[in-house]
Design a protein around this ligand. Structure first.
Ligand code: SF4
Ligand code: ZN
Length: 309
């Protein structure tokens, strides 16, 4: 197998593009796809600071690496979920990565702020861990990014993540979520960051291959709370379709984006936001989801959590 660009020995085949690359040409392809996303979707410019949500997994560390190589001013944001060994190793990967490259980062620890990890918090508020985790991460990432003067928050969602999420939203016709599923979510309030997904043009296996080529040391294990997640089922289904017909994932997601852009031009989606009466952060309700969750935790769960400690 030869590289389609320079004829050197290829190390990766990309059936969806009907091509194959050697290491340098593959590296160039990956960086080009990220640049194309940033510029083509007007995600951010070099004058803006970009907070990068870093879990310690391959996607977020690859994203951070590429953005810093492209010369963007970045700040890593890591949420320590307090899930035993998994969280300890995740944070260590972020620390080692950042210190080897002299990159700044901030850690927000759930145990320090709430006295418990995400699993106990979720039990305390009677919610599935991923639902509580989503609320806590979204809220804190936004607040911390803005506190540090970063108007943009970049996450490592890739093409597989977006296509499987789209499949889940379509299967359940979750119109609200479909409206929000875009690689760029503009800040619809001065207290909100612009959320961007610069890896959305790259498949998971391309990112994993690039991480290995660049010797990026990331946590391979998935979060223990993801066991049994429907997302794995959707990803698996899409991988089978992709094997049978390369390009399926790309077409599915990109054609959705084309339709979404056309729809937004006819009737732009403007969220109806006010400020939470408790914390002052933007919210669609009188009290934001985060304050509701923290309120329930304080009322119902804290006595129990004290016993757990
Ligand atoms: Fe949070 Fe883990 Fe669920 Fe992901 S899988 S949302 S990190 S609890
Ligand atoms: Zn609030």
């Amino acid at each position: 197998m030869r590289c389609r660009k320079c004829s050197a020995k290829a190390i990766i085949r990309l059936p969806r593009h009907n091509t194959a690359f050697c290491p340098p040409c593959f590296s160039e392809y990956v960086t080009d796809q990220v640049q194309r996303a940033i510029k083509g979707d007007r995600m951010f410019g070099h004058a803006e600071g970009v907070a990068v949500a870093v879990s310690g997994g391959k996607d977020s560390l690859v994203l951070w690496e590429i953005l810093s190589r492209l010369g963007y001013r970045t700040l890593g944001l890591h949420i320590d979920l307090g899930i035993g060994e998994y969280s300890r190793i995740s944070q260590r990967k972020v620390e080692v990565f950042a210190s080897a490259r002299n990159l700044p980062f901030v850690v927000h620890s759930l145990r320090e702020n709430h006295g418990a990890g995400i699993t106990e918090i979720a039990e305390g508020v009677h919610r599935p861990p991923c639902s509580a985790c989503g609320v806590i991460k979204r809220y804190n990432m936004n607040v911390i990014a803005l506190q540090h003067g970063m108007p943009v928050l970049a996450t490592g969602h890739n093409l597989d993540d977006e296509a499987s999420r789209l499949l889940g939203n379509v299967l359940h016709w979750q119109d609200d979520y479909l409206d929000k599923q875009s690689p760029v979510l503009p800040n619809s309030h001065p207290k909100l960051v612009r959320k961007v997904k610069p890896l959305y043009r790259l498949a998971e296996r391309e990112i994993a291959a690039w991480a290995v080529l660049q010797k990026i040391d990331y946590i391979v294990d998935e979060c223990p709370n993801s066991v049994g997640s429907k997302m794995f089922v959707y990803k698996d289904a899409l991988n089978r379709l992709e094997d049978a017909a390369p390009g399926t994932k790309h077409q599915f997601y990109f054609q959705f984006l084309d339709r979404q852009k056309a729809r937004a031009q006819v009737s732009p989606i403007e969220p109806d936001l006010r400020e939470c009466v408790s914390c002052g952060q933007p919210s669609t309700a009188e009290i934001c989801s985060y304050c509701k969750l923290v309120g329930t935790l304080q009322r119902e769960a804290e006595p129990a959590l004290k016993v757990l400690k």
